[in-house]
Design a protein around this ligand. Structure first.
Ligand SMILES: [Zn+2]
Length: 235
């Protein structure tokens, strides 16, 4: 996997950077490392090499949402690091387990995208405002009903999952980029995704790190532009 360092606390790991980029992230903490997302297949070899290089244990694995290109690698990571605490947003937990039924108060659009059958259960279910190490859990539904993002409270780096993509141009989840249309095709509800994009922008992130594409530093203006484009596209 391709590795890219962002500041003091974040390492981006990219699977298939040219053909179909999928990112996961290692967050450096005092007590060890947190892995955010896991791509489609196990990143355990690359994570193990970085664990050795950094001299820090892998403690936690936190998931932005239940799609297969984010959770597919979890089994391999758990096998290599049996003590790791696996967490996901509480609303995406049933979806991860195969139940795509919507709640009465949710927009009744179909849950879409690529799912894999998993033989593990999350150890911890996350709610907005919870903390995973230095990461604050931020509600960002839209791509899936229970999608969450993670804001590093030390430096305001935002790991936004698929709430935004940057591959083929920055876009809010649901805005189709013809050269990389997959996140838009997998989006559950566009208006909800747009509202989440606005909320994430309002956090004033110093870095925007996403599931698919390069990270952007000082992303405010680019996020504003993506939000404007989404407003027009979803009208
Ligand atoms: Zn994705």
């Amino acid at each position: 996997m391709k590795t890219t360092r962002h500041g003091a606390n974040l390492i981006q790991l990219t699977k298939w950077p040219v053909a179909f980029p999928m990112n996961c992230y290692l967050v450096l903490e005092e007590d060890g490392l947190t892995l955010v997302d896991s791509t489609m297949s196990s990143p355990a070899d690359d994570v193990a090499a970085l664990v050795k290089q950094l001299g820090k244990e892998l403690r936690r694995l936190a998931l932005t949402h239940a799609h297969g290109d984010h959770v597919g690698g979890v089994a391999g990571v758990r096998q290599r690091f049996p003590d790791v605490e696996v967490s996901i947003g509480e609303r995406d937990a049933p979806i991860l387990a195969g139940d795509k039924a919507l709640l009465p108060n949710e927009p009744q659009t179909e849950v879409r995208g690529y799912f894999v059958k998993v033989d593990w259960k999350p150890d911890r279910l996350l709610k907005p405002g919870d903390r995973v190490g230095s990461l604050e859990v931020i509600a960002s539904p839209g791509h899936t009903p229970g999608h969450i993002a993670f804001l590093d409270i030390r430096d305001r780096a935002l790991i936004a999952g698929d709430a935004f993509q940057t591959r083929a141009g920055i876009a809010v989840s649901g805005v189709l980029r013809p050269l990389f249309p997959f996140p838009a095709m997998a989006t559950w509800n566009k208006q909800t995704a747009l509202a989440s994009a606005v909320a994430l922008r309002a956090l004033g992130p110093s870095l925007l790190a996403v599931g698919h594409g390069d990270a952007l530093s000082e992303p405010g203006a680019a996020m504003d532009q993506a939000i404007e484009t989404a407003r027009r596209a979803f009208r």
